[in-house]
Design a protein around this ligand. Structure first.
Ligand code: KG4
Ligand code: ZN
Length: 374
């Protein structure tokens, strides 16, 4: 099943804007294959990096999650095969949606995720992008997937994005706090020492016999439990809450859940209780470390929250409460379709890269462990 991601109506609404695009507008084709989502988008972007005018001309995404369910996580070679199969289909769908000629579309740049991610999966995107770049004689732009999650908030941001910013990036592979003093420049303040928070959601879901990806399942159960029982009946440890630093650790929490459920019969009620206690612990640490990072850098103007776990309602609510403690802080979340992996965010990150990078794009290899900054 090939899905659109809900931009069509919004774009119809925004259609009138197209005549206002400035001469410096760029058309960027974006390709994302770092994990288990294949995605292709065509963007028309112009304007300043802190508030670009973005039109999504075409956008398609194919999730492989249902195929990886039996493995309880993403199986790299299956992901690679599926990306290879999906890419030409999604490209055609995206170009048709944009009413572009399939043989020589109007495109200025081709951007593709370089890393981090699963290398076999990344390579399929890069190889495909290279072939298109050679055929259409267009430059290739490498994109860091985590920069994509940061700039996912640029779409429909009401105000210009003010710097310095702090980004809390929470996904299946990453949990990090990133300081951004300038566009395109990143400093990692803290990161997970073991499992990523999304990975912990997925593993705990598996322990509770819930399907992959586990985040949305845990979140729904936890919400149901909170509605039924205002006070939690179970509490898990908050790893590294008082460590004094900004690093995270989620493997101990996962083990705590494993021990707690060992002697329990996992009926619906118990699963919800465990899911809520896990989510409470995972979220409390994220919020506490974010607060500490904001206190350490009081000039921070914007908090950006990106990555799949940013879809989590409890996390969104708790982070939004930080507004009371930091009244002048802008807190930005991506719109729901841009929270999990997608190609629109890759195109937006490519735009920032092009606007801030003095060097011309050159050919590059996939880098599974590509870092965002030092
Ligand atoms: O950013 P993403 O789509 O892919 C990576 O770059 O890893 O993030 C996927 C992760 C998965 O671990 C998934 O369980 C988690 O995001 N996730 C959630 C929710 N929706 C997705 N975690 C908690 N609550 C959610 N609502
Ligand atoms: Zn991601």
């Amino acid at each position: 099943m090939v899905e659109g991601t809900g931009f069509e109506n919004r774009q119809a609404r925004k259609g009138l804007e197209s005549s206002n695009l400035s001469a410096s507008a760029m058309r960027i084709l974006a390709i994302e294959t770092s994990c288990d989502e294949t995605a292709v988008a065509l963007l028309d972007i112009s304007g300043p990096v802190d508030k670009p005018s973005i039109k999504v001309l075409g956008n398609s995404l194919q999730s492989q999650a249902h195929l990886h369910q039996q493995y309880g996580g993403v199986y790299p070679n299956l992901a690679k095969r599926e990306h290879q199969k999906n890419l030409p289909i999604l490209l055609e769908k995206t170009l048709k949606e944009a009413c572009e000629d399939l043989d020589s579309p109007k495109i200025d740049y081709i951007s593709v995720t370089q890393g981090p991610g699963l290398e076999p999966a990344l390579w399929t995107g890069i190889t495909f992008a290279r072939a298109l770049a050679a055929t259409w004689r267009k430059p290739l732009v490498p994109v860091n997937h985590m920069a994509g999650h940061i700039y996912s908030v640029l779409y429909e941001a009401g105000e210009p994005l003010k710097l310095p910013a702090l980004a809390l990036l929470v996904s299946g592979g990453h949990t990090e706090l990133v300081q951004m003093k300038e566009f395109g420049s990143y400093h990692i303040l803290g990161r997970t020492r073991d499992d990523a928070v999304g990975e912990a959601f997925d593993k705990v879901a598996r322990m509770l016999s819930l399907p992959y990806p586990g985040g949305p399942q845990i979140s729904a159960l936890a919400e149901a439990d909170r509605r039924k029982h205002p006070e939690p009946r179970l509490k898990f440890p908050r790893p590294m809450l008082h460590s004094g630093g900004l690093d995270f650790s989620y493997s101990g929490l996962k083990t705590a859940v494993l021990y707690a459920i060992k002697d329990l019969s996992l009926d619906e009620e118990t699963r919800a209780e465990v899911a809520r206690a896990f989510e409470d612990a995972a979220v409390e640490v994220l919020v506490s470390k974010t607060r500490a990072a904001l206190e350490a850098a009081p000039d921070t103007a914007t908090l950006i929250v990106g990555g799949g776990v940013a879809a989590n309602k409890h996390l969104r609510a708790e982070l939004s409460n930080l507004q009371q403690e930091f009244p002048s802080l802008s807190i930005l979340f991506p719109t729901q379709p841009l929270t999990t992996d997608n190609a629109v965010m890759i195109g937006m990150a490519a735009y920032v890269w092009l606007k801030t990078n003095p060097s011309k794009p050159e050919d590059f290899d996939a880098q599974g462990n590509l870092l965002l900054g030092s």
